[in-house]
Design a protein. Structure first.
Length: 327
């Protein structure tokens, strides 16, 4: 079997990546500490429980499976928490990633696909971000991801580690076959929060601000379907297998949708009004954040085919009819 080590494979994006890897002929090995992930989401290959900072455990897993590559998703990712607990983010996201990278190099596993974030760019309001946009992260989450990007470049120079880095904003949707989906505790993402409100699992969705300089007054964000996103990661893995050099790719639609647009499409897809209330603006929220993917299209041949609002909401809605995970 051709094994790929997937850190965070019990999480939202990681579990979808594991399914895509399996469909592409690989055997994904999930490495996850289950702090935010779910063992019920591990369905497509072996599961190894462990922490990124546990070098002994990582060495055991690398020795057991001898993976041809690492796909690294595992990270703390809540911006608010990163603002209040920066030390936790530096210790986990940077310290854990460094431990993982060192273990990979020691095992001779030199192809590395890294899930980064457009949060490394910081506040660039009302522009379409690309890979050359200056990186000026505003919090420990974005800064920790940028630090891992720097580590990967240094390890390439010193040890020949090759990496493909993906930066993106908001991920939505679910596996169309509803085998895995998006389930966080606590939930902070717009589409599942909206579905919870529709299902009566929360009183209402809060719309934070309606006085932004957009056509309908609400913030605009770029959303990518999770299956489109993991397709890019498979293309990134094949890029490295073909001997091509390390590369950074942004993943986005280049346009984005407002909060009110998301609510409107949800109503059309689910045939149900979304209970919602209007709240004050949140500190730090930009008017419009979108990312281009011209490079990914030209060089990887990536197309976000499923990344329409109707498709993302319909797939998420389908999974949430029966989908949930248990500890």
């Amino acid at each position: 079997m051709t094994y790929v080590l997937v850190t965070g494979g019990a999480g939202y994006i990681g579990s979808h990546a594991c399914k895509a890897l399996k469909q592409a002929g690989y055997t994904p090995v999930t490495y996850d500490n289950l702090v935010t992930g779910w063992q019920d989401a591990v369905k497509f290959g072996p599961f190894e429980q462990g922490d990124l900072t546990d070098r002994t455990r990582l060495d055991e897993v690398f020795a057991c499976y001898q993976p041809v590559a690492v796909m690294h998703f595992a990270a703390l990712s809540q911006v608010g928490e990163a603002m209040s607990e920066p030390g936790r983010y530096w210790a986990n996201n940077v310290g854990g990633s460094l431990c993982l990278i060192e273990a990979a190099v020691a095992a001779g596993c030199l192809d590395f696909v890294f899930s980064s974030t457009c949060a490394t760019y910081g506040e660039h309001d009302n522009v379409v971000l690309d890979e050359n946009t200056p990186q000026q992260p505003l919090n420990a989450y974005g800064a920790s991801k940028r630090a891992v990007e720097d580590i990967l470049r240094d390890f390439e120079a010193a040890h020949g580690l090759r990496s493909v880095i993906f930066r993106y904003f908001n991920v939505a949707g679910a596996d169309p076959e509803a085998e895995v989906g998006e389930f966080h505790q606590p939930e902070t993402h717009l589409v599942p929060l909206m579905i919870q409100a529709i299902k009566g699992e929360r009183a209402a969705l809060t719309v934070f601000g309606t006085d932004y300089d957009t056509p309908d007054g609400t913030c605009i964000r770029d959303y990518v379907h999770v299956c489109d996103l993991v397709d890019a990661h498979i293309l990134g893995l094949k890029w490295l297998e073909e001997g091509k050099g390390s590369r950074v790719f942004n993943l986005g639609t280049g346009s984005g949708f407002s909060v009110k647009e998301v609510l409107s499409h949800s109503r059309a897809v689910t045939n149900t009004e979304v209970p919602h209330v209007i709240g004050e603006r949140r500190a730090g929220d930009c008017t419009k954040l979108v990312s281009g993917s011209v490079r990914a299209g030209h060089e990887l041949g990536w197309e976000p085919k499923r990344s329409t609002l109707d498709q993302m909401i319909a797939d998420a809605w389908r999974w949430h009819q029966s989908g949930h995970y248990e500890r």
